[in-house]
Design a protein. Structure first.
Length: 129
């Protein structure tokens, strides 16, 4: 039987000003990550998605959109069940405003629909060639 425990993500900035993120397991083991998701049955899939999609030097808006994309894979009701917080160097954590989160979510959904339509449209392959 597995003992109860809590995994945590600790994020902040090192002495050089670079962002750092660590996952801490119930056993006390810790891992450094550039992007990560923990907890729940879908965490492995979300982590794989982030490993594939994350790129060095993402602008804040692009990083937030990537986060929304990952969350939309597992959240049923869109941005209504999401809360995001941005950690900026030298500043307090700032929650992402609901209106901005809804805007990002709508943008991500529209991009996914456009890609789906492009890939699924008859003759789309001929147009690409």
């Amino acid at each position: 039987m597995r003992p109860f425990g809590v995994s945590s993500i600790l994020a902040g900035f090192g002495p050089d000003g670079k962002p750092l993120m660590y996952q801490i397991d119930p056993s006390g083991t810790y891992f450094s990550w550039k992007a990560n998701a923990i907890g729940g049955k879908n965490s492995k899939g979300m982590r794989e998605f982030l490993e594939k999609e994350w790129a060095e030097g993402l602008a804040e808006r692009d990083a937030l959109k990537l986060t929304v994309k990952a969350l939309l894979e597992v959240v049923d009701s869109g941005s209504k069940n999401m809360e995001l917080v941005v950690v900026r160097d030298g500043k307090a954590m700032a929650p992402v405003e609901e209106a901005y989160l809804e805007e990002l979510t709508a943008e991500v959904v529209a991009e996914a629909e456009a890609l789906k339509n492009e890939q699924g449209a008859p003759g789309a392959q001929e147009m690409k060639d």
